[in-house]
Design a protein around this ligand. Sequence first.
Ligand code: NI
Length: 249
Amino acid sequence: MFVDTHCHLYSEYYDDLERIKNNAFANGITKVINNGCDQKSNTEVLKLIRENDYMYGAIGIHPENVHEYTQADLDFVEQNLTKAKVVAIGEIGLDYHYEKTSKEEQKKLFEYQLALAEKYHMPVVIHSREATQDTIDILKKYQLKGVIHSFSGSLEVAKIYIKMGYLLGVNGVITFKNSNIKDVYKEIPLENIILETDSPYLMPHPYRGEKNEPKYIKNIAEFVANLKGISLEELAKITNQNIAKLFKM
Ligand code: NI
């Protein structure tokens, strides 16, 4: 019924993926998009999506790995983009929170992967932290579709991304007591939203701080349905239509 459009299910975080899958199914989450971030996780994602029907993959080099990646890692991403069940390039983007001194290197890495997305007609999964203006300026140079993962900006910025054709990924942050992002999402049409957990991070309230997993899409969905005054069924229908327009899965 629901899809977790953004999670990180690999050995760096989990040694019990069978249990994670069963928990997801038991809570009505029937598909997930597993996002790689570096050579190791991209390799694992490719293996896991072959072995698990419910799992799809996004592969890419995350900006936090700007100092570690090699050209061979980017070539590996390119070589595997056309493999079955690889649905996007991600997680890619700009992070000026953890990586303040490498802005130019990050932009170079980001643009290299956006060019790949354009070349192979793939959607992109975008990570943007404290880098909104640069993200917008760079994305405007490319003709792409994608999702702004973990979007938590202003309504004004949301409207810019929507106008550019991007979807916004909403996750457990919307449930946090100290977050005002629900006020923004209240104003954003459902046609522009998809649901994600970002597991193992961003566990929803009231479990905040624990390790997240795809089954908690249910908690996020309940929160969003309540915020929008619609049923879970209606939310599933609309968000699944949004996903179908963006990802081949
Ligand atoms: Ni992520």
